[in-house]
Write a protein that binds this ligand. Structure first.
Ligand SMILES: *[C@@H]1O[C@H](CO)[C@@H](O)[C@H](O)[C@H]1NC(C)=O
Ligand SMILES: *[C@@H]1O[C@H](CO)[C@@H](O)[C@H](O)[C@H]1NC(C)=O
Ligand SMILES: *[C@@H]1O[C@H](CO)[C@@H](O)[C@H](O)[C@H]1NC(C)=O
Ligand SMILES: *[C@@H]1O[C@H](CO)[C@@H](O)[C@H](O)[C@H]1NC(C)=O
Ligand SMILES: *[C@@H]1O[C@H](CO)[C@@H](O)[C@H](O)[C@H]1NC(C)=O
Ligand SMILES: *[C@@H]1O[C@H](CO)[C@@H](O)[C@H](O)[C@H]1NC(C)=O
Ligand SMILES: *[C@@H]1O[C@H](CO)[C@@H](O)[C@H](O)[C@H]1NC(C)=O
Ligand SMILES: *[C@@H]1O[C@H](CO)[C@@H](O)[C@H](O)[C@H]1NC(C)=O
Ligand SMILES: *[C@@H]1O[C@H](CO)[C@@H](O)[C@H](O)[C@H]1NC(C)=O
Ligand SMILES: *[C@@H]1O[C@H](CO)[C@@H](O)[C@H](O)[C@H]1NC(C)=O
Ligand SMILES: *[C@@H]1O[C@H](CO)[C@@H](O)[C@H](O)[C@H]1NC(C)=O
Length: 482
């Protein structure tokens, strides 16, 4: 149903590469009412080895998943902490990993899930920041440790939003691959899939999108023929699913759609581990296996496609069968769907010219699916715009938005400078938040420059942090109307 979940990438290679302590802070279940005084323990990871006690706090605003995954995959933060004398903190988003407001009841139904929202999560983070700042002198903020927020994907949206909403607590934000414009009326719904199509137009095979486009009717035809599903299961070596025939068909089509997205997001210049290990530039490898001369023979076309899928599902050659069950085990996919059904409604569709089957955005259907699944339809699809301002963010400051242009989510990202203080950094050959990952010798120049830019921005923010207060005081004196 929600095939376009905001998946960030779990390139979980080198587990245990970074060391930290795991801690918990008690935070309110509901920050926005006085009717519920319950609290729960929010998990965060902390490393103070590089911290100079006056130094900044590098605060990762956790996304929709186990926070340890983000700590492992945000090497950039670890690599620069020493130079900045920074305290490293990765905060877990409520309702993911171990941060469950109602323990094992948290995900039962809307009565418990109802406290899941980006605004509650941001308030959790502010609670934690306030706790971490060693000097809580609210009269003179320049004494407190400055905080720089970092985040990728949904976490990047949170990093940008926490700076906008709580500028007193967060000095600046590095928001990587953060599609804050992926909401109703801000970005055409087909943009995401159009970008995917262009990513699949690789130099090794310009016909790749065309062949993929041709594969959908072929698949439909095979799946509707008497033994077609059986044939496909055996040709593609699918793990034998127990579901009914109808749901298998949907499963195959949905899974395939997700694979195209995931391959593009993980289109990194070096081999990486995403669900299963992937080669460098996996999209190129995938497309190499599709042959134009076979498009008119369904058997050959789908056999080619099955071979190409091996790049995604069997790069190691060790997979016995292809598991089309949604297998993003590290991320709370179901939990994200609740967010997508309430606050994070991101219209998606595919147009005539992309490589996907044409599909309109149908809010009525979306809403009905949400109601059925969670007992709660989106109250209003523009809720996130009401909360965060949509494209009207010119009053914001100290944010760097970075986007890899090969990342389908870049379509909903901030791609142009908003003001001298809200900057857009483009990484033409980058995939999904590549810049937050650790250094790799195969990194393209553009991502190396982006990382340099981030550091310059942070340095600049830190430099003005203490002086700004004085400037503000002098402004206040000049504006003394009395
Ligand atoms: C902090 O991280 C560094 C680098 O990974 C590591 O050497 C150090 O032991 C860590 N410190 C703590 C307290 O975990
Ligand atoms: C929370 O509220 C309940 C009743 O409304 C009260 O009995 C309890 O003491 C309160 N707990 C705290 C920590 O304030
Ligand atoms: C989170 O990831 C760690 C590995 O980093 C794993 O040990 C743990 O079981 C995971 N927890 C949850 C709740 O998924
Ligand atoms: C939830 O946890 C409690 C205590 O830890 C346990 O007794 C109960 O069976 C669990 N419930 C579910 C649905 O897992
Ligand atoms: C959620 O489940 C709890 C416990 O089973 C129940 O008391 C409550 O009424 C349910 N809420 C909804 C909205 O279904
Ligand atoms: C693929 O790229 C080539 C140029 O590299 C362009 O001429 C062609 O129109 C593109 N095809 C699609 C389907 O976008
Ligand atoms: C389709 O399945 C039936 C029953 O399993 C079998 O008898 C028949 O030979 C199959 N046909 C083809 C074309 O594979
Ligand atoms: C498709 O190709 C296969 C293998 O070359 C061949 O046996 C079959 O007859 C072809 N089908 C059509 C419809 O051309
Ligand atoms: C994975 O690759 C190996 C080696 O090429 C092959 O034997 C195996 O059948 C493949 N598994 C699947 C599911 O295709
Ligand atoms: C796929 O998911 C279904 C339903 O959750 C489960 O019954 C089945 O065993 C799973 N299959 C595989 C291969 O994991
Ligand atoms: C949208 O979905 C609803 C419910 O599934 C359906 O009745 C309606 O015809 C659809 N609208 C369009 C424009 O496809």
């Amino acid at each position: 149903m929600f095939k376009f979940i905001l998946v960030f990438l779990l390139i979980n290679c080198n587990y245990g590469k970074y060391l930290y302590q795991t801690k918990f802070l008690s935070v309110p279940v509901d920050h926005f009412s006085f009717a519920n005084n319950a609290s729960f323990k929010l998990r965060y990871l902390i490393n103070d080895t590089y911290w100079d006690s006056n130094g900044p706090i590098f605060f990762y605003t956790g996304n929709e998943g186990n926070i340890t995954v983000f700590a492992e995959n945000s090497g950039f933060i670890w690599e620069i902490a020493d130079t900045f004398g920074a305290l490293i903190v990765f905060a877990e988003h409520r309702y993911y990993g171990e941060s469950m407001p109602f323990g094992n009841k948290s995900l039962i139904n809307n009565s418990y899930l109802g406290y899941l929202s980006s605004s509650q999560a941001l308030a959790d983070y502010v609670y934690l920041i306030d706790y971490l700042q060693s000097n809580k002198n609210y009269a003179d903020y320049s004494i407190r440790n400055p905080v720089v927020a970092f985040g990728g994907s949904y976490g990047g949206m949170l990093a940008a939003w926490i700076r906008m909403k709580y500028p007193a607590f967060v000095l600046g934000a590095i928001a990587s691959s953060a599609p804050i414009y992926q909401f109703q009326g801000l970005t055409p719904c087909e943009t995401y899939n159009d970008i995917l199509t262009s990513v699949y137009n690789v130099s090794s095979n310009n016909n790749c999108p065309y062949i993929i486009k041709k594969s959908w009717p072929a698949l439909r035809q095979v799946l509707s023929s008497p033994n077609g599903t059986e044939w496909l299961i055996s040709t593609w070596k699918l793990c034998r699913p127990i579901q009914s025939k109808e749901s298998i068909d949907t499963l195959i089509i949905d899974w395939l759609t997700n694979v195209y997205s995931n391959l593009a997001m993980a289109n990194y210049p070096y081999p990486a581990n995403f669900l299963a290990p992937l080669p460098a530039y996996p999209v190129k490898e995938f497309c190499r296996k599709l042959k134009l001369e076979n498009i008119n023979n369904i058997t050959l076309l789908l056999t080619d496609l099955g071979n190409a899928l091996q790049v995604y599902s069997n790069f190691t050659g060790k997979s016995e069968c292809l598991n089309i069950n949604s297998s993003t085990s590290d991320i709370g996919e179901d939990v994200w769907d609740y967010q997508a059904c309430t606050e994070m409604v991101m219209p998606m569709c595919s147009g005539k010219f992309g490589m996907f089957e044409e599909e309109r955005w149908n809010f009525t259907k979306y809403s009905a699916d949400c109601e059925k699944r969670f007992g709660v339809p989106p109250i209003r699809p523009d809720l996130a715009i009401l909360e965060y301002g949509g494209k009207d963010i010119k009053s914001a400051s100290n944010i760097v938005f970075s986007n890899g242009l090969m990342d389908p989510w870049s379509g909903g990202g901030v791609l142009q400078d908003v003001s001298p203080n809200v900057r857009a950094i483009l990484i033409p050959d980058g995939a999904h938040h590549l810049d937050l990952r650790s250094y790799n010798e195969l990194d393209p120049k553009s991502v190396i420059s982006a990382r340099k830019f981030h550091q310059q921005a942070i340095r600049h923010w830190l430099k003005t942090y203490k002086t700004e207060n004085l400037e503000l005081n002098s402004v206040n004196i000049q504006n003394n109307y009395a």
